[in-house]
Design a protein around this ligand. Structure first.
Ligand code: ATP
Ligand code: MG
Length: 341
């Protein structure tokens, strides 16, 4: 399949009073045309920073220390701000968690959708208006002409996120990055928005990078999954590789803490311990400090990416031919947990 985006050995640091935070530590992945790649991992694992770096919207204290981001024959890490400006929204668009912060409360939503269309597609006002109304309709909002003239506060949270999606799709981006687009919404609305995104993606053939800490969301959405921990990708593969044949103890932990339908929250099991301090990342396997499956070598050297299959890779010493074979914990196999367990 054709590669649309290639991220190679991306390293991103932040300067802070306390020292340098190594938020992204050598991330490599690619994105094919039209596919959905999910990036999953606990809070602080570097998911948002990695994707904001692709958009080059890091906060002022952040910088790209190393690596390449290849898109359409260009290395995005080397583009000037004005070159990036042309690309942002048009070729690569991003949707954030909280739709309210992405919308301007003082402007009608019609105008906000039209802005990008006028800027990037050079359409006249009337054409842009027609397209904006079409988009409002496309994201499943009724009475689009009436809605066109309204302000964000006249929309519910789920509707606002639909509008944000409409804005992001206005210029037919090749890559859409959705950073936890549904976490601020209630569960039923979440499901509707996910369905909408999936549907629109099929129609527009945009490639989607979907960021979430909830593996449950990923199962029905993603073609491939990249699992991030402490600024690194520790395992990646197709959805079925990750769900049915996970190899990294961290992925086991994430699968074990997945909420089940009959309970609806994830308080039952959380991975014990906390992620490491990224100002002083540990030597060796960063997850081993929290893992029941740690080997002696984990504290000494960082595991390379071991190949599990042509589609599946994981960075854990457990995959070394000399490592003792480990039984995966049973809660990995997505067993149903009953309330009184
Ligand atoms: N502006 C900043 N200055 C210093 N450190 C930062 C800054 N932004 C992010 N970080 C650090 O970078 C690391 C990765 O953060 P990031 O926001 O990418 O995590 P995440 O995986 O998106 O988490 P979440 O699920 O909570 O959104 C964290 O340790 C965070 O504290
Ligand atoms: Mg984030």
């Amino acid at each position: 399949m054709e590669k649309l985006l290639e991220v190679k050995n991306l390293c991103v640091n932040f300067n802070t009073y306390g020292g340098e935070v190594q938020a992204v530590r050598g991330v490599t992945f690619d994105l094919h045309k039209g596919e959905t790649l999910a990036i999953v991992g606990e809070s602080g694992s570097g998911k948002s920073v990695a994707c904001k770096t692709i958009m080059r919207i890091l906060s002022a204290n952040g910088y790209i220390k190393d690596g390449e981001i290849l898109f359409d024959g260009k290395d995005l890490t080397k583009l000037s701000e004005s070159e990036m400006e042309k690309l942002r929204g048009k070729d690569i668009a991003m949707i954030f968690q909280d739709p309210m912060t992405s919308l301007n409360p003082t402007m009608t939503i019609g105008k906000q959708i039209m802005e990008g269309i006028v800027k990037h597609q050079g359409l006249g006002k009337d054409e842009a208006k027609t397209k904006a109304i079409e988009l409002i309709d496309l994201v499943g909002i009724s009475e689009p002409e009436k809605r066109f003239k309204q302000y964000p506060h006249q929309f519910s949270g789920g509707m606002r996120q639909r509008i944000v999606i409409a804005i992001s799709l206005a210029c037919n981006p090749k890559v859409l990055i959705a950073d936890e687009p549904t976490t601020a919404l209630d569960v039923t609305i979440q499901a509707q928005i996910l369905e909408l995104m999936k549907d629109l993606q099929e129609k527009t053939e945009a490639a989607l990078i979907f960021i979430t800490h909830d593996l449950g969301v990923v199962a029905n959405m993603a073609d491939r999954v990249a699992v991030m921990y402490a600024g690194k990708i520790v395992e990646y593969g197709t959805s079925s590789d990750i769900f049915y044949n996970p190899q990294h103890p961290y992925t086991w932990g994430l699968l074990g803490s997945m909420p089940t339908l009959d309970i609806g929250d994830n308080d039952l099991y959380n991975i014990p311990g906390t992620p490491p301090d990224l100002m002083h990342p540990p030597k060796g396997d960063a997850f081993s400090l929290r893992s029941d499956f740690a080997l002696k070598i984990d504290g000494l050297a960082e595991p390379p990416m071991f190949k599990v299959s042509d589609t599946h890779y994981a960075a854990t010493w457990l995959l070394h031919p000399l490592a003792k074979k480990t039984e995966k914990p049973i809660n990995v196999s997505r067993k149903k947990v009953s309330i009184d367990e």
